[in-house]
Design a protein around this ligand. Structure first.
Ligand SMILES: *Cc1c(COP(=O)(O)O)cnc(C)c1O
Length: 356
């Protein structure tokens, strides 16, 4: 059986004292996980080591051609002290889907999950406890072959780093303003929009930057061919409540299959609500808005869980949704999913994994 070597740091860092000022993703813990892949040897040398710089050849393939994939998940500290992960096996399965698309050798999912759990266990004192805080976990893989020819890498590294993060909404759930992007596109079918590959985010930066300049939080992407059909928001999937129907774009190759999206769909169905995965155009959303049928819009993703949308701007048309306030379904989903994640609600669905 594969083992995980552990080398503990001799120089533990001071942990953040004010958990209300954690922000997102700038503080890293004492240790990280590393495993190497070399052709002929497979994945080997799983180890937990002190967090610190790694060295790469300037010719390392990932730096030139972006053969790199990642995941994003969280460890939560329950009020009773338990440490919980939320559907982590889904992240590992998705990581392997990303690997497959980018010609990265697959991981043994059960073993990768064991490595992640071990790292969380080593770093458990870093998991903040104030309401809404968590330990963000970032598994990622990249090719390190020292050569500038374009080929799938034969030498890769898998790392996991951890970052204590603050409450996404310190002042409560505030609806965000979203800019409907009609010029740039994020991904096309046949591309890699359905996987968490670094390049997708490089492709999104320009639109995101322009949206921010206009005081919008994120962009809503339309399809890459006709700029008609809705895909997703920057780093979130998106849902529309139109009349009695809750609609989210169907996964068709260019949309990232979010685990929060999947969990929201499961939950809405359990509640007996009508949730449909289908094609939906921005025109349909605008029509519904004009007819007074557009009741709620919300994004789903690990970072914010549920992010209510208060305003959509599509060219010169501005849609104010639910008077800029959070809707009933968004609030209920937020309360239920976060309740399960932080262990406040009984987890009848077996979605959480406890770390000892
Ligand atoms: C990660 C991500 C999401 C949300 O996925 P979750 O598993 O719910 O966190 C949605 N869209 C994009 C583009 C993403 O990268």
């Amino acid at each position: 059986m594969k083992e995980i070597k552990i080398e503990l740091t001799k120089y533990p860092k001071d942990k953040p004292t004010d958990e209300s000022k954690l922000g997102f993703g700038t503080i890293f813990t004492d240790h990280m996980f590393i495993m190497n892949y070399d052709e002929g040897q497979g994945w080997h040398d799983a180890r937990i080591v002190p967090y610190g710089p790694i060295s790469l050849e300037p010719s390392a393939m990932c730096l030139h051609y972006g053969q790199t994939v990642f995941e994003g998940m969280k460890a939560y500290r329950a009020k009773d002290g338990r440490i919980l992960l939320f559907r982590p096996e889904k992240n590992m399965a998705r990581l392997n889907v990303s690997n497959e698309r980018l010609c990265i050798p697959k991981l043994d999912e059960a073993f990768a999950l064991k490595c992640l759990e071990k790292l969380v266990s080593v770093e458990k004192d870093w998991i903040p406890s104030e309401e809404g805080t968590s330990l963000y976990l970032r598994p990622f893989i990249f090719a390190i072959d020292a050569q500038v020819g374009v080929h799938p890498g034969k030498h890769l590294m898998f790392l996991i780093i951890c970052s204590p993060v603050g409450a996404y909404y310190p002042e409560g759930l505030n609806p965000v303003k979203i800019y409907v992007e009609s010029q740039y596109v994020r991904a096309v079918r046949g591309g890699m929009g359905y996987v968490k590959a670094g390049g997708n985010y490089a492709a999104s930066l320009k639109a995101q930057d322009e949206a921010e300049h206009q005081d919008y939080t994120q962009v809503l992407w339309l399809d890459g061919i006709e700029r008609k059909y809705i895909e997703e928001v920057g780093t979130m999937n998106v849902f529309f409540v139109i009349g009695d129907e809750i609609i989210t774009p169907a996964l068709q190759g260019s949309i990232l299959p979010g685990i929060t999206r999947m969990s929201a769909i499961d939950m809405l169905k359990l509640w007996g609500l009508q949730v449909t995965e289908r094609t939906i155009s921005i025109e349909e959303v605008y029509q519904a808005y004009q007819n007074g049928q557009l009741k709620e819009v919300f994004g789903t993703g690990t970072a914010a869980v549920i992010s209510p949308v208060g305003q959509l701007k599509w060219n010169d048309k501005i849609m104010e949704i639910n008077n800029g306030k959070i809707g009933e379904i968004s609030q209920r989903l937020y309360d239920t999913l976060t309740g399960i994640q932080w262990g406040d609600i009984e987890d009848n669905l077996n979605w959480t994994t406890e770390i000892k």
